[in-house]
Structure formats: C-alpha cells, structure tokens
Write a new protein. Structure first.
Length: 118
C-alpha cells in the first residue's frame, strides 16, 4: 500500500480509483489546499509521506523538486487530459505499484510509457 496526494488538476475519481486498489489517497481539495502554491503542496506531501500525483509539469523539474527529497512524484503528461483518459492511464499503472516503489523517484507517465528517474 502506498500513500498518495492527488492534485487539484486531477478528477476526484483518481483518489477513488487508488483507494479501491487498496492505497491511501487524499486530494488537495479534501484538505482545502486548492489554489495553493506547488511548493506548499510538495511540502505538505513530504510531511504526510504521500506521493504527489499531478498533471502539473512543474513537478517534473528535478531542480525545483529533487525526487530523492520527496516520497515520490508522479506527473501525468497526457495529450488529452479529460477524465476518461486520466483514469484509464492511472488504471494502467496500478499494477506497477506492486512491482516498483514510487518513493524517492519521479515517474513521468504518458499514454504509451512510464519513465522513472531516481
């Protein structure tokens, strides 16, 4: 089981999907953090030991958010960012969480592949 923080730019159903798979997932909106700066969300996620899941490409900047300093960062870099595409992509990677630990790494996910940077 992993702990996730779902950014406000993802549908609430993303947290539900992760919970259904046995993970602990909360949303930025659940904690009244909608509209907060990325740095604040990253800091809170680090304190709560939660992997950030987001569409925000700023989190892919390893100079600003070095993966080894965080419980994990998953950036979904999708051409289409509608609810169906996001949930389908997230569903596709659920099995990977049993084989790969996202802690301390940056995952960049698109429609076809997952790139992992430690």
């Amino acid at each position: 089981m992993h702990r996730f923080k779902i950014d406000e730019n993802l549908p609430v159903e993303a947290a539900l999907l992760l919970r259904k798979a046995g993970h602990d997932a909360d949303t930025v909106s659940d904690e009244s953090l909608a509209g907060s700066a990325d740095a604040k969300i990253a800091d809170i996620s680090r304190k709560e030991e939660r992997v950030i899941v987001t569409l925000d490409l700023d989190f892919a900047d390893i100079r600003a958010y070095p993966p080894e300093r965080y419980p994990g960062i998953i950036v979904m870099r999708l051409k289409r960012q509608d609810k169906l595409t996001v949930l389908k992509t997230l569903s596709r990677i659920l099995a990977m969480f049993e084989q790969e630990d996202p802690r301390g790494s940056l995952w960049i996910i698109d429609e076809k592949q997952i790139r992992i940077r430690m």
